[in-house]
Design a protein around this ligand. Structure first.
Ligand SMILES: [Fe+2]
Length: 282
């Protein structure tokens, strides 16, 4: 029998006793989806998934969508992106630094990500984790005047880290090659979005890919976005989850910002990642 334990008052829950290598029944799927929507992310402990099993689990949530960086797709399934600092024959086996600043996965696409799933293959002792920030709580705490000001604003997004565009920096967005860069364009998303399943409003991607606001000069727009990002990533809204081998984590991109750690290059760290779009028609 599966058990669930909240990890903090703000975000996260740990789930023991559920093996997700086998297909889940409707009741189990609904229970997990409710847990995700309530806690923002869930950590399923002690899993051991093959690439096929991980992608099958991902399909329970929606449509897996390969990352634009196709250099490190798993050889057995391109839906899996390998995150790793391990080198073999002098070549990287995965993406080393990925998203070391607050962002929401795939906010630079029209078809945004419902959730992201990581499976820890070989991780060093803590600290090694991702920091998450609850954007529904951050929105709820805004003064009424600010809520009123931003409620109808539409934000211009592009692949990248608004606050660091230096390609030599380790906190830049993972650098695209020329062919990959051609596949990303400007897209637009509301600044405040109701959650697609619960309807709960949250700030959406106020850090990361948001570069401007429709009908507002860019400097004014970026000042506003930075003010909201500073509010929304305060410690009071954050929780850092450290990984253990075998963990499968699922996080809700409509509800959270997240930031990966800067990777210690001397300690091997490998995780698999699948990013999942909403189910068709949702
Ligand atoms: Fe990310």
């Amino acid at each position: 029998m599966a058990s669930i334990l909240p990890l903090s008052n703000v975000l996260g829950a740990r789930i023991d006793g559920l093996d997700v290598s086998e297909p889940l029944d409707v009741k189990q799927s609904q229970w997990l989806a409710d847990a995700l929507h309530r806690h923002g992310f869930i950590v399923l402990k002690n899993q051991s998934l093959t690439p096929d099993q991980m992608v099958a689990f991902a399909k329970q949530w929606g449509r897996p969508s390969p990352h634009v960086i196709d250099t490190f797709h798993h050889p057995e399934d391109p839906n899996i992106l390998i995150l790793s600092n391990v080198f073999k024959d002098g070549k990287p086996t995965g993406l080393v630094d990925a998203g070391t600043y607050f962002h929401t996965d795939y906010s630079y696409l029209d078809d945004v990500a419902r959730c992201t799933i990581l499976h820890a293959q070989d991780v060093p002792p803590a600290p090694n984790g991702t920091t998450f920030a609850n954007q529904a709580k951050a929105y709820a705490d805004l003064p009424a005047g600010m809520k009123d000001k931003i409620k109808h604003l539409v934000v211009k997004h592009h692949y990248g880290n608004r606050d660091d565009l230096d390609k030599q920096s380790r906190t830049v967005a993972s650098v695209l090659n020329a062919e990959q860069a051609q596949r990303v364009n400007w897209v637009h998303h509301p600044l405040v979005k109701p959650h697609p399943f619960t309807g709960q409003p949250a700030l959406y991607a106020v850090s990361g890919s948001s570069f401007g606001i429709e009908g507002m000069p860019d400097d004014e727009a970026q000042d506003l976005l930075r003010e909201l990002a500073a509010h929304a990533t305060q410690d009071a809204y954050c929780y850092t989850n450290n990984y253990e081998n075998g963990d499968v984590i699922v996080w809700d991109n409509a509800l959270l910002l997240h930031s990966a750690p800067l990777i210690d290059l001397t300690r091997p760290r490998t995780l698999w990642r699948v990013t999942v779009l909403y189910p068709a028609g949702h």
